[in-house]
Design a protein around this ligand. Structure first.
Ligand SMILES: *[C@@H]1O[C@H](CO)[C@@H](O)[C@H](O)[C@H]1NC(C)=O
Ligand SMILES: *[C@@H]1O[C@H](CO)[C@@H](O)[C@H](O)[C@H]1NC(C)=O
Ligand SMILES: *[C@@H]1O[C@H](CO)[C@@H](O)[C@H](O)[C@H]1NC(C)=O
Ligand SMILES: CC(=O)N[C@H]1CO[C@H](CO)[C@@H](O)[C@@H]1O
Length: 439
C-alpha cells in the first residue's frame, strides 16, 4: 500500500512541474471586451484500453473464440461501452493546445475523468482513479499556461472511488483532488466549502464569477446523499450556499456562470436529481434567474439544450424542458423562459468526440456564441489520425444574435410562427448505434 501511494505521488509530482501561481483575476479588457473559454467534459481516460479488442469486454480483452468481434479501434469504439483510449485523449489535448491555448481566458471542465468501473475482471482501484486524475491534470497543465488560463474542474459521478457514491464532509478523495489540482492555482486547500462539500466559487472577472457545484449531492444515484426534504441533507446545504452567492451577486451587480457534472435533467428530460433536490434546484434558478448568465453541464455525452420556464418569473412554479427534436412545449404567451441550460458532448466516444469554445463578454458574462468542434472517429480510423474540425457555430446554426435567453425566445417564436420543427445542430456527432443511458 505504501509502495502504491509513493508511486502515485511521484506521478503527481511530475504533474506539478507547472509553477504554482496565486489565484488572480485577469485584468478586464486586456484582450478586448470579449473573450473565449473552452468547455470540455467526460474524458474517461482508460489506460487499459486495447485497440483490436472486443468491445463486449469493454475493450480490455480480445475474443479468442470469435476474432471477428475484435473491432475496437485505435482511437475508440464508437457508441460502445468502452472508455477513451490514451491516444484519443492525447489527440484531443493536442488539438485544444494547438488551436485554443492562445485565445482562451479559461477552461471549464465538467468532470468524469476516470474510466468506468464496468469490468468485473478489471475492477477499478482507488489508485486507478487517482492515476486517471493525475494523467488528465498533467494534460491540462501541459496544454494551458495556468499562470494565465484558469481551469475550473468539477467532480463527476465516475471521479469518486465508488461509482456514483459520495458522502458529504471531509474525505480522502477531496483531499487527494486538492493536492492534485494545486497547479490550477485555485487554492482549494484553504477553501472550506471545497474541503467539506467539493464545491467552490471563484471570480473570473470583476463582474463575473463561476460557481462549481458538486452535483453528487443532488444526483439521484448517489445513495449517500439524502433527498433535499430530509433534515440536514447535503443537497440542501449546498443549495443554501449557492443561494447566498446568488443573493450577494445580485447586491454586488455581478453575474454567475454555473458549472456541474450531472445536469438537472437527463437526455429524455426526466429529473436526474433526487426529486426534492431537483425541485429546490430549479426553484433556486427560477428565483435568481437575472443573476445567472450561463449554465454548463456534462454527463449525458450528448449535445442538448434545456429551457427553464415559469408562468410567474421569480415565483414559479418552474418547469424544465429539454429539447430533443422539437421545440419545447411552452406557451410563450403565458410562460416566460428564464434560463437556457447547455449540456456539451464528451470526449468519450459514446457519440463522436467534441469540445466547445464559447465567446463571452468579460463585463457581465453575456454569452455571445459557441463553436463546437468534433472528430469523425470512423474517418480517423481510416486515415490513422484524429482530426478535429468545426461542426457548427450556434449563431449560424440557429440564426442567433447571441446566446441570451431573449435571443433563444426570439428563435422559438419564429419556429412557432413558421410551424417548423426545431432540429438540434449537433447531430452530426451522434453515433448511429443505439443510445445507451449515460452512466
Ligand atoms: C471461448 O469458448 C470457451 C469454450 O466454449 C469458453 O469457455 C470461453 O469462455 C470462451 N471465451 C471467450 C473469451 O468468449
Ligand atoms: C487548428 O490549427 C491548425 C494549425 O494551426 C489548423 O491547420 C487547423 O485548421 C485548425 N483547426 C480548426 C478546426 O480550426
Ligand atoms: C421562418 O420563415 C421565414 C419566411 O418563410 C424564413 O425566412 C425563415 O428563415 C424561417 N425561420 C426559421 C427559423 O425557420
Ligand atoms: C493526501 C491525501 O489525502 N491522500 C489520500 C489519497 O487517497 C488515498 C487512497 O484513498 C488515501 O489513503 C490518502 O490518505
Amino acid at each position: 500500500m505504501i509502495v502504491r501511494t509513493l508511486t502515485f505521488w511521484s506521478l503527481v509530482l511530475s504533474a506539478l512541474a507547472a509553477p504554482l501561481v496565486p489565484y488572480q483575476i485577469p485584468i478586464e479588457g486586456t484582450r478586448g471586451h470579449r473573450g473565449k473559454f473552452l468547455h470540455v467534459t467526460d474524458i474517461h481516460i482508460d489506460p487499459t484500453y486495447i485497440p483490436g479488442s472486443d468491445p463486449t469486454f469493454l475493450c480490455h480483452r480480445k475474443n479468442d473464440n470469435d476474432t471477428t468481434l475484435n473491432v475496437a479501434g485505435r482511437f475508440g469504439a464508437l457508441g460502445k461501452d468502452c472508455d477513451s483510449p490514451v491516444e484519443l485523449v492525447d489527440a484531443a489535448f493536442d488539438f485544444m493546445k494547438r488551436n485554443f491555448s492562445d485565445e482562451i481566458d479559461f477552461v471549464i471542465y465538467t468532470g468524469d475523468t476516470a474510466r468506468h468501473d464496468r469490468d468485473a475482471v478489471k475492477p477499478r482501484t482507488e489508485f486507478d482513479v487517482l492515476a486517471d486524475h493525475a494523467a488528465i491534470l498533467n494534460h491540462l497543465t501541459k496544454s494551458f499556461d495556468t499562470s494565465k488560463i484558469r481551469i475550473f474542474p468539477t467532480i463527476g459521478n465516475n471521479d469518486v472511488f465508488n461509482h456514483d457514491q459520495m458522502p458529504y464532509g471531509e474525505q480522502p478523495l477531496t483531499q487527494n483532488l486538492t493536492k492534485l489540482w494545486e497547479p490550477l492555482g485555485l487554492n482549494l486547500q484553504e477553501d472550506e466549502d471545497f474541503q467539506i462539500g467539493g464545491y467552490y466559487t471563484r471570480e473570473i472577472t470583476p463582474t463575473l464569477s463561476i460557481v462549481s457545484l458538486n452535483t453528487m449531492h443532488l444526483y439521484k444515484n448517489n445513495v449517500l446523499a439524502a433527498d433535499c426534504n430530509a433534515r440536514k441533507s447535503a443537497g440542501t446545504k449546498m443549495l443554501k450556499w449557492f443561494e447566498k452567492i446568488l443573493k450577494k451577486a445580485r447586491r454586488d451587480g455581478r453575474k454567475i456562470y454555473v458549472i456541474g457534472h450531472v445536469p438537472p435533467h437527463n437526455d429524455e428530460g426526466h429529473h436526474a436529481y433526487h426529486l426534492a433536490c431537483y425541485n429546490d434546484y430549479i426553484y433556486t434558478l427560477g428565483t435568481h434567474y437575472e443573476v445567472i448568465a450561463g449554465q454548463f453541464f456534462g454527463h449525458t455525452n450528448d449535445d442538448t439544450i434545456a429551457f427553464l420556464h415559469a408562468h410567474h418569473p421569480n415565483k414559479g412554479p418552474f418547469h424544465l424542458e429539454t429539447i430533443i427534436d422539437k421545440p419545447p412545449n411552452v406557451d410563450l404567451k403565458t410562460h416566460k423562459i428564464l434560463h437556457v441550460i447547455s449540456t456539451a458532448p464528451s470526449i468519450i466516444p459514446f457519440n463522436n468526440p467534441a469540445v466547445r469554445v464559447y465567446e463571452y463578454e468579460k463585463r457581465g458574462g453575456r454569452l455571445v456564441d459557441y463553436v463546437q468542434y468534433w472528430t469523425d472517429l470512423n474517418e480517423d480510423e481510416q486515415r490513422g489520425r484524429v482530426e478535429f474540425v468545426e461542426e457548427y457555430a450556434a449563431s449560424k446554426a440557429y440564426g442567433l444574435k447571441d446566446l441570451t435567453t431573449k435571443s433563444w425566445i426570439g428563435l422559438l417564436k419564429t419556429l412557432e410562427r413558421n410551424g417548423t420543427e426545431m432540429e438540434l445542430a449537433g447531430q452530426d456527432d451522434e453515433a448511429e448505434l443505439g443510445h445507451l443511458a449515460a452512466t
